[in-house]
Design a binder for this molecule. Structure first.
Ligand SMILES: *Cc1c(COP(=O)(O)O)cnc(C)c1O
Length: 403
């Protein structure tokens, strides 16, 4: 069995009020304070409960498809001519991305809390699909809020959610994309929290969500650590992951944070380059502020109004980053960089050609960094990059640019 949760208790952060240093916290309407405290208590008891862990481990193994392989990308390594590249294959999970690790954990928590209805927000639809999937598996009512613009762009995922019995509610306010969908989900939750659990899709939002989402994704790093020790007999030199809200990255990084020799790099969406409103790289030109429940690094104008963002990948196209990443950056423990749309498309194509693996455009941001850095690293350097999802959903969009 995977012993996922038992190792979650090793981290002292966040503190009891949800802070990672100056970041995080609980910036929510008064009516949500007591339900959020209840959720934190329920989570605390769940992670100590062997029966909860056993049920989660069994589902991760038999339903979600864990452990995922740690794959040595031999041809890509040879082509780049430097560091030895391993890929953590989250793309092979049920529904095609890491997001189901969190969705399955949270639905078990919802069951424990006696909730019968689930709500979620989604941008590209990947988190909506993961949530609709676990709701079908547990026979729970499911409502997914999605921007009307995103619904049009991601019609296939809307159809998948509906097929599994979820109700997809179109949000037409503002830009009609992810940020507005989160607002709508929050509004629903304030009115329905007695019987409804909100499955948030990344390591974002008010405490205790960034901690809960991180812990359910730690299985990525826990497995990778064991697998690299088996294959190489030592820890890796470098970890790389893309950063939207930051859930796949924190899941890979967290179990290695105490290993001083392991360098870590998070890759944000550089869009058309670091030009105002043409990217989503919060650590490049962003500032400290509060958005949707948490204090973190975000893209806002001089008046504090949230700016428009752009990325070729919908999953990274959000104005705020998870608060723990803001903290890890401040500590200097994790470095953050960005890849532009063009660099990402080149890596998307390179991995497909070289290894027969089509990455999600989100994951391709991490691959773009690998492609840039690996040639300059020595041949005995070991690098693990998180392949957070598969790219089937992106083939049509990428083809428009590549052909
Ligand atoms: C949603 C998504 C991301 C971005 O979310 P994080 O919380 O930053 O991990 C990355 N990769 C894939 C495949 C996704 O679906």
């Amino acid at each position: 069995m995977l012993a996922v949760m038992s190792q979650a208790a090793t981290s002292p952060l966040p503190d009891a009020r949800g802070h990672f240093g100056a970041f995080g916290g609980m910036f929510v309407p008064e009516t949500l304070m007591s339900p959020l405290r209840e959720l934190a208590d329920a989570y605390d008891s769940a992670r100590r409960d062997p029966a909860f862990q056993l049920e989660l481990d069994a589902l991760l193994h038999d339903y979600v498809g864990r452990p995922t392989p740690l794959y040595f990308a031999e041809r890509w390594t040879r082509k780049l001519g430097g560091a030895k590249i391993y890929l953590k294959r989250e793309d092979l999970l049920h529904t095609g991305a890491h997001k189901i690790n969190n969705a399955i954990g949270q639905i078990l928590l919802a069951k424990r809390l006696g909730k019968r209805r689930i709500i979620a927000e989604t941008g590209a639809g990947q988190h909506g699909v993961a949530t609709a999937t676990v709701c079908a598996r547990f026979g729970m009512e499911c409502v997914v809020y999605m921007g009307a613009v995103d619904m049009e762009r991601q019609a296939l995922n809307v159809a998948r959610m509906r097929l599994m019995g979820a109700e997809v509610r179109a949000v037409t306010a503002g830009q009609a994309t992810l940020k507005e969908a989160v607002n709508e989900a929050m509004r629903d939750w304030v009115a329905s929290v007695g019987h409804t659990h909100y499955i948030i899709g990344s390591a974002l939002g008010s405490h205790p969500f960034p901690m809960i989402v991180r812990d359910f994704h730690r299985v990525i790093g826990i497995e990778a650590r064991r697998q690299i020790l088996e294959k190489e007999g030592r820890l890796p030199d470098l970890l790389v992951a893309c950063v939207g809200g930051g859930s796949n990255a924190i899941g890979l990084f967290h179990p290695f944070l105490d290993d001083a020799g392991v360098r870590m790099v998070g890759v944000e969406a550089g869009g058309d380059g670091i030009i105002r409103e043409r990217h989503a790289a919060r650590f490049q030109g962003g500032k400290l502020g509060v958005l949707q429940g948490t204090m973190t690094w975000l893209l806002a104008d001089a008046d504090g109004q949230i700016e428009l963002t752009h990325s070729i990948s919908a999953g990274l196209d959000y104005a705020a980053v998870g608060p723990e990443h803001a903290y890890l950056r401040e500590l200097g423990r994790v470095e953050y960089t960005y890849a532009t749309d063009d660099e990402t498309l080149a890596a998307f194509k390179e991995l497909a050609h070289c290894e027969g693996i089509i990455p999600a455009l989100e994951s391709a941001h991490a691959m773009a960094y690998v492609s840039n850095i690996a040639p300059s690293l020595p041949k005995d350097c070991i690098l693990i990059a998180n392949l957070s999802g598969r790219g089937d959903k992106d083939v049509e969009q990428a083809s428009k640019h590549l052909l």
